[in-house]
Design a protein around this ligand. Structure first.
Ligand code: ZN
Length: 472
């Protein structure tokens, strides 16, 4: 292991964990001239990344469904008339990919919103007031946006990415409650899935408002709705401050032209330097309800006057989030999302006991896989054990390591090394091994604490057992 190593970037961690294919990887047979074979700024997740993304999708969909959102799935491609209606062709065209199909113009969606509004309109047309408000849709939505090639970087700045995207269509009287719920969702997700604290020490709220004199010019809509929306955001920020001590700032004139917003900003330490990381956003939109004529329709069906559309994302771009998170956590993915969760390490000695060690190791690994975990054996020799552990810790970082040596077999226990996400360090424990079944049961009991957070979030521990032994 080289001593004078440079600081790792998120792409180093992502590559070591087998989450992504490096953009400059050489594809055998096809050759180097195809360097960017998926295209610049289009991340390609590798097999570990497939596990990570599939589990994350499942957790996010269930999390939102439990909290009153309808999960939706909308197409990547749309007739460009949808984006003409939404205004994107007018205001966002330079970031959109457009193509011609049989003489008709199509757009690759840069945002999911217009489709979500279409779904609302569709359900309203069919079910009228039986559709209850606030109406909330959630999508793990893949979007594509043009970025100049010079600005592309790893997973942080890309052209193809995925949002944990939701839209809330709410009567204005219920907007405050909706915003407070989103903040609670954000806190729950960060604390329980990512082991990141969301409190007065770590985050602040940044409110971006209009400049009142410019409403009707730079800021679309009318003064009353801006003022009502901004007051609602201040009320929400005040309540969050009262309950949790989290401070907020107001930046006048910084709103998007279509509405004010709250960003949740986390301060993180990186190599002794404080950096700001925007972790979630709640954004009002006065443009879409006008363009899709929601005010008239909602008024007709529900008899409601004031209506808001709110866009919100808890992680934003999942690719960018992963990149920042890998650097923040130094490559420590949550247990439930780790490509390799458990490394079982038989420690050979070169003596007769080795066969017994191998047998125990095999049955423990098989037992863990049968219980739904991604476990694999990593052989080590007694004299080279510390090197094996260092290599694992440097690259794959399995949150749980199970050691089986001559001592363990003779005395009937397993030695566990478990990453403690709260202490940010490892703890060592022993579990009984009178039979392999008892050993597996002991390991499962010890790792159960690593799953408490996800259990709180979605009421279960999602599992995707897969043979990841090729990684070791
Ligand atoms: Zn949106």
């Amino acid at each position: 292991m080289e001593e004078n190593r440079r600081e790792k970037t998120h792409m180093d961690y992502a590559y070591e964990l087998d989450l992504v294919v490096k953009p400059d990887s050489q594809v055998p047979v096809i050759g180097r001239e195809f360097g960017h074979y998926s295209g610049a700024g289009i991340p390609l997740f590798s097999l570990g990344g497939g596990i990570y993304r599939s589990l994350l999708n499942y957790i996010l969909v269930k999390f939102h469904t439990l909290r009153g959102y309808y999960p939706v799935e909308t197409p990547i491609l749309a007739s460009s008339s949808l984006f003409r209606l939404s205004g994107h062709l007018e205001f966002y065209k330079k970031n959109m990919f457009l193509l011609d199909i049989e003489g008709h113009e199509y757009a690759i969606k840069p945002m999911n919103c217009p489709y979500h509004i279409l779904l609302f309109l569709h359900e309203l047309a069919r079910y009228r007031s039986r559709v209850s408000l606030p109406f909330k849709t959630f999508e793990v939505g893949r979007v594509h946006r043009y970025e100049p090639s010079g600005s592309l970087y790893g997973l942080l700045r890309v052209r193809a990415f995925t949002q944990d995207d939701a839209h809330i269509i709410t009567p204005s009287s219920m907007a405050l409650q909706s915003i407070l719920s989103v903040f609670t969702e954000m806190k729950d997700l960060y604390e329980n899935l990512y082991h990141m604290h969301v409190n007065s020490e770590t985050v602040r709220l940044r409110l971006s408002f209009s400049e009142h004199a410019l409403i009707g010019e730079e800021f679309m809509g009318d003064k009353d709705e801006w003022i009502e929306a901004e007051e609602t955001l201040v009320k929400a920020a005040e309540e969050i401050k009262k309950a949790q001590g989290i401070e907020y700032t107001i930046e006048e004139g910084e709103a998007a032209f279509y509405g004010p917003k709250i960003d949740v900003v986390m301060t993180i330490e990186e190599a002794g330097v404080s950096k700001e990381w925007q972790i979630g956003t709640i954004q009002f939109d006065f443009n879409l309800p006008r363009r899709f004529r929601l005010y008239e329709l909602v008024n007709e069906i529900y008899g409601i006057e004031g209506l808001f559309i709110i866009h919100r994302a808890l992680q934003g771009s999942l690719e960018r989030f992963l990149g920042v998170f890998l650097e923040y956590s130094k490559g420590r993915l949550p247990f439930v999302l780790s490509p390799l969760q458990i490394a079982v390490i038989p420690i050979k000695t070169g003596e007769e006991v080795d066969e017994a060690i191998a047998q125990v190791s095999r049955s423990i690994t098989e037992g863990l896989i049968a219980s739904g975990y991604r476990a694999a054996e990593v052989e080590a020799h007694k004299t080279g054990l510390s090197g094996t552990v260092r290599r694992l810790e440097y690259t794959l970082k399995p949150p749980v390591q199970v050691y089986i040596g001559a001592k363990e077999v003779a005395r009937g226990y397993l030695s566990l090394r478990i990453f403690d996400y709260h202490a940010r360090s490892h703890r060592n424990v022993k579990v009984g091994l009178s039979t392999p079944e008892e050993g597996v049961k002991g390991v499962l009991e010890e790792i159960s604490v690593l799953e408490d957070g996800v259990r709180r979030l979605v009421g279960e521990v999602p599992k995707l057992p897969a043979d990841m032994s090729f990684l070791t």
